[in-house]
Design a protein around this ligand. Sequence first.
Ligand code: SAM
Ligand code: DTB
Ligand code: SF4
Length: 350
Amino acid sequence: MNTLSDLISGEVRNNWTQEQVEAIFNLPFNDLLYAAQTIHRKHFNPNEVQTSTLLSIKTGACPEDCAYCPQSGHYNTGLSKEQLMAIEEVLKNAQKAKNTGATRFCMGAAWRSPREKDFPVVLEMIRGVKALGLETCVTLGMLNEAQAQELKDAGLDYYNHNLDTSAEYYEQIITTRTYKDRLDTLQNVRDAGINVCAGGIVGMGEDKSDRLGLLRELANLPEHPQSVPINMLVAVAGTPLENVEKLDTFEFIRTIATARIMMPKSYVRLSAGREDMSEETQALCFNAGANSIFYGDTLLTTANPEQNKDELLFKKLGIVPEQREVTQQPVDATQQVGSVGGVRFTNAAL
Ligand code: SAM
Ligand code: DTB
Ligand code: SF4
């Protein structure tokens, strides 16, 4: 039997029950934030936030039917479709991101899975971005074992692939690929030795039990994802979720805090949805253990707070962007603070 204090002890576990997750999530708000912040401080500098910049390298006309996504070809969101971006254009954007202080460059493609003819181009982009001294992340849809291995060989640091929601709610959101497909891709990424970036979206009309279920699925993976993006739905006109009821802000903050407690050593990213969040909400998310953001004026196709707004917020909160030194060492995915993904941390704020 686990007592409540066992549940919030910060032990790394992969066998959470729904009841246990619920007990954490439903703690009085102050107790929840205190527990999350206490655990956070055991593994991270509480005044540092990791910054990643996103770029859509192939936009729109996606064959999948993800109900939240402006890039799905199933819905008319008025998005102009684009072909795979030229390598030079990607590198120009990456250099710009580096100049603004981002430490990771994430390239996203609106694909079900990468096509054979495009894949070598993406490998080249990864090599090029890495050569600029940035960490690399891509999100390209489903991967098989061989593709994961090729990405690893090209030096990829992180692969983003989200579970999106609970196994139970999933079919309300996507019908063109299964939950198991997603788990299989995550396994291929993990087996190739690439750091896993996996999270989900809240505010899609799901129940609280689905938010708990998403966190349970993520924390019960064989290894906790090194990076856990928690997205607040960006409701885009033309998608089936356009008019979904907004999620209460405290439910969002509770989701972040519960993720921090259940996956103590993972980076928890306050991801999409910041454009509509007050500074105070974001500050509470950092207090709840979020320690990563997307940095730059756009996410993939929707708006993100402008860089100077984020700089100002960081200044007000005494937060500094986490500095990383890319070493080109082979990936050691042991989730140790100080060496995640072959990257050494230099602790700027200490
Ligand atoms: N096509 C690839 C895939 O889905 O696997 C990669 C790109 S996809 C846009 C990456 C993730 O962005 C999705 O899994 C989803 O979690 C998130 N996302 C997409 N649209 C969103 C929205 N409107 N609001 C919040 N998150 C969103
Ligand atoms: C993630 O979890 N969120 C990012 C990233 N991974 C690829 C994407 C958010 C997309 C929001 C909608 C858009 O801008 O198109
Ligand atoms: Fe396609 Fe990814 Fe959007 Fe789904 S989330 S429609 S797979 S781009």
